[in-house]
Design a protein. Structure first.
Length: 268
């Protein structure tokens, strides 16, 4: 879709590759909506999206692009100062939130949104691929970063990934996150020790989480109900002492679980 020149529009995002062959754009983990079937591959329900940015042109551009998709409805746009109250009023599934706004910065809005019951999935919007706030936002509960200056046709697939519980990061953001967790040999040993606390079934689930599968897809792969998978994921996060699926996936990679899986498949 052609857009007016001079504006900032959505970015192409690549999967945060942990190991193995390339996967689909944007996906890592699942799923706020997965157990309820929200957009789990079939798009049965319309995804309610809200765009928060201090520039009207950016808000209009995102609304125009996303409005062309039948399974996405932009239910509101707002500036930073209006964001929290508007989210409470319209209850979006996904919020695209500018990280740098003059009235209220995006990190402040993100923290307020995360205190809500059943908060929306939030991805931060930025003009900078190596924004210094990447780690702060991810630790505060953001599901990823979207640049404003790449191909518009990539935005709808990425919103679908976010609604399904995936994480979207640019290549530079991915490297920043991986480097921040690289740690010392002692730290890696401690992480490996935590992995050994998992049962065999939990290790299987963790590997599939790291491969980007939703709860429903994990259940189908290993013949478990989505609710049972959700319980396993909760136990995994507790035992690994991590706050999110993306952190669990990174820990699985550093502990060598994905390499073990690859060697097992090749040997088999």
């Amino acid at each position: 879709m052609a857009l007016p020149s001079g504006g900032c529009y959505p970015a192409v995002w690549l999967e945060l590759q942990l190991s193995g062959p390339p996967g689909p754009i944007g996906a890592l983990g699942s799923s706020r909506h997965g157990p309820d079937g929200m957009n789990e591959g079939q798009g049965e329900r319309v995804i309610r999206v809200m765009v928060v940015d201090d520039e009207a042109l950016v808000r209009s551009g995102f609304q125009l692009i996303l409005g062309a998709s039948e399974d996405i409805d932009v239910v509101a746009t707002a500036s930073g100062g209006e964001a929290v109250e508007t989210v409470r009023r319209v209850r979006p599934d996904v919020v695209l939130l500018d990280i740098r706004m003059p009235d209220v910065d995006g990190l402040t809005v993100l923290r307020e949104l995360r205190t809500m019951p059943d908060p929306p999935v939030v991805a931060m919007l930025t003009t900078f691929d190596a924004d210094e706030y990447i780690l702060t936002a991810l630790h505060s509960g953001a599901a990823g970063f979207l640049l404003k200056d790449t191909e518009p046709e990539q935005l709808a697939p990425l919103v679908r990934t976010l609604a399904a519980g995936g994480v979207v990061l640019s290549p530079k953001a991915s490297r920043t996150l991986l480097h921040s967790h690289s740690g010392t040999g002692t730290a890696v040993d401690e992480e490996a020790a935590r992995v050994r606390l998992l049962t065999a079934r939990e290790r299987d689930v963790l590997v599939l989480v790291a491969e980007g599968l939703s709860n429903a897809d994990i259940g189908a792969r290993i013949h478990l109900g989505a609710g049972t998978v959700k319980d396993h994921v909760s136990a995994i996060l507790t035992k690994l002492r991590v706050a999110s699926r993306v952190q669990a996936a990174l820990l699985a990679q550093r502990a060598g679980l994905l390499d073990e899986r690859l060697r097992s498949e090749v040997g088999g």
